[in-house]
Design a protein around this ligand. Structure first.
Ligand SMILES: Nc1ncnc2c1ncn2[C@@H]1O[C@H](COP(=O)(O)OP(=O)(O)OP(=O)(O)O)[C@@H](O)[C@H]1O
Length: 306
């Protein structure tokens, strides 16, 4: 794998604040990676170092094979960035803003203007940015970040302020780019929407990387219980169902459903005993741990005294 982004043992101090404490990871072409963590975890700092806006205190950063903090960072043109708080000249229209950035990046203006349609701002292109809603400004920010078909796209909390439909459009656009080979790194607090979309998740806590992997890998590592919901006919109104092992933790959801927490190695045995003794199982649902639960698990783990 040739890494488009290479981060090795990176440390960043702002005076006494240790914002990033020895982080390493590589990102490849076509990967869509979510960077998650509480406020102050170091996500924005990492992105700013990838952009060359600030330098690491120690460690190595390479973006498309170059050091972004070096004087001649020719790969910058292949880098798209959507900052957490987009700010545009309110007196310009969307069209003028996009033209301005295209010229700045020395990219064809017509292609940059076509991006306004892609992010759904075609009809509002001639309106001044100060008449735009927050979601519209966010989409203008994305259109700006997409100028020149970047090979690396860094998005800092890109979906804040977007309604569900716009979020979908937003992810459609960046997923298409990733499919064409762009590396997409996006920081977010919206874990539920990332769950189905990010191929890989990096969890940060107080400047440290505490987990890194696909959802399946994180589930394997965390070994959190899977919830098994069994719908049974004739469930006795109270008491523990006879087929349930004495040690299993469970709850009743309503008159018919028992929800059991099953450790990864107990799943099959539990299903066997639920169906073995003639209990009329009417339905079955397996609910693996979601990203919220995994995130909470890895943070707990990181905070545990060593
Ligand atoms: N310019 C700065 N000077 C001093 N401290 C800073 C500076 N920028 C960030 N920090 C500190 O570095 C730590 C990491 O901040 P960073 O902005 O990278 O976090 P984040 O994960 O992006 O948070 P958020 O989710 O709130 O955007 C925080 O403790 C923050 O207060």
């Amino acid at each position: 794998m040739t890494a488009t982004i290479h981060i090795a043992d990176v440390i960043k101090h702002y005076n006494k604040v240790e914002a990033v404490r020895g982080v390493s990871f590589d990102l490849a072409a076509g990967e869509m990676v979510a960077l998650i963590g509480h406020n102050g975890a170091g996500k924005t700092t990492l992105m700013k170092m990838m952009l060359g806006l600030i330098r690491p205190t120690r460690g190595t950063i390479a973006v498309l094979g170059e050091n972004p903090a070096a004087g001649e960072f020719s790969s910058r043109r292949q880098l798209g960035y959507l900052p957490e708080n987009v700010a545009f000249d309110a007196a310009l229209s969307g069209r003028e803003t996009q033209t301005f950035y295209a010229r700045l990046k020395r990219e064809p203006v017509q292609e940059a203007l076509a991006l306004l349609d892609i992010v759904g701002l075609g009809d509002a292109a001639k309106r001044r940015v100060n008449t735009y809603s927050k979601g519209m400004r966010q989409r203008l920010g994305l259109a700006q970040a997409l100028i020149g078909r970047p090979r690396v796209l860094l998005l800092d909390e890109p979906t804040t302020g977007l309604d569900p439909e716009l979020r979908q459009t937003f992810y459609d656009v960046i997923q298409k780019l990733a499919a064409e080979g762009t590396t997409v790194l996006l920081s977010s607090h919206a874990l539920t929407e990332l769950e189905e979309r990010a191929g890989r998740v990096i969890i940060m806590n107080r400047g440290l990387k505490v987990a890194d992997g696909t959802l399946e890998e994180l589930r394997r590592l965390a070994r959190l219980p899977t919830r098994i919901r069994v719908k049974v006919a004739n469930l006795p109104p109270a008491g523990r169902p006879a087929w349930l092992p004495a040690t299993a933790s469970y709850r009743r959801i309503n008159g018919h459903i028992v929800e059991i927490d099953a450790a990864p190695n107990e799943k099959i045995e539990l299903l066997r005993s639920a169906t073995a003794d003639g209990t009329a199982v009417q339905d079955l649902e397996l609910i693996p741990p979601n990203l919220d639960e995994l995130y909470a698990h890895f943070l707990r783990h990181a905070e545990r005294p060593q």
